[in-house]
Write a protein that binds this ligand. Structure first.
Ligand code: AMP
Length: 206
């Protein structure tokens, strides 16, 4: 089974994907993480992507689609995938139709004022990728693995505003594109509560 996690930036796609992976045998694929890995390793692709990412713009489709296609050709994807952060445009979704059969699309609905509130407080673990927020977590090391937390280069006000605008214009239309496979999840205060219906939905499908 292959699924997509849809939602605005800061809607909790990464956190949701990690919860799903800990309960079910899926491979999580985040195009944002793939780009960040390339940036860390100093690849040509990473250098190209960084110039777009820092401004909160989308990396051009041909680059993103090519990178995802390569990842989907790896053997572990046979187990079933969760796509987090891809597709973000209609043309990416159209390209994906020829690369993988998508069985379900989970749309995380979070009000925009809540997203803005979360945006600047996000901290990410430099090792395991666990996500925290300064509003609820005061330490600067990860509770799970003890590694230092950091603020992503693109989690600044200008970039956040840009990403939300890009989401509205280019990614939100995907909700209609996937209307026949859509499972809508409303955000709750407690991430475990948000996850419960998703877990039940997946249990019923697998
Ligand atoms: P994320 O970690 O999903 O928030 O992605 C961080 C940044 O990576 C985005 O703001 C984009 O610049 C870039 N990115 C990630 N996924 C995509 C995608 N599917 N299409 C274009 N750009 C992407």
């Amino acid at each position: 089974m292959n699924i997509i996690l849809l939602g605005a930036p800061f809607s909790g796609k990464g956190t949701m994907a990690r919860k799903i992976v800990s309960d079910f045998d899926f491979v999580q694929i985040s195009t944002g993480d793939l780009f960040r890995e390339n940036i860390k390793n100093g690849t040509k692709l990473g250098k190209l992507a960084k110039s777009f990412m820092d401004k909160g713009e989308l990396v051009p489709d041909e680059i993103t689609i090519g990178m995802l296609k390569n990842r989907l050709e790896e053997k572990d994807c046979d187990r079933g995938i969760i796509l987090d952060g891809f597709p973000r445009t209609i043309s990416q979704a159209e390209a994906l139709e020829n690369m993988a059969k998508i069985d379900a699309v989970i749309n995380l609905e979070v009000p925009f004022d809540e997203i803005r509130r979360r945006a600047l407080g996000r901290r990410t673990c430099s090792k395991c990728g666990e996500i925290y927020n300064t509003a609820t977590y005061k330490k600067n090391t990860c509770q799970k693995c003890g590694s230092p937390l950091f603020q992503r280069d693109d989690d600044n006000l200008e970039s956040v505003n840009n990403r939300l605008e890009v989401y509205e214009k280019q990614t939100a239309p995907l909700i209609n594109f996937y209307a026949d496979r859509l499972f809508v999840v409303k955000n709750k205060k407690d991430p475990e509560e948000t996850y419960k219906p998703v877990k039940n939905f997946l249990k019923g499908r697998i």
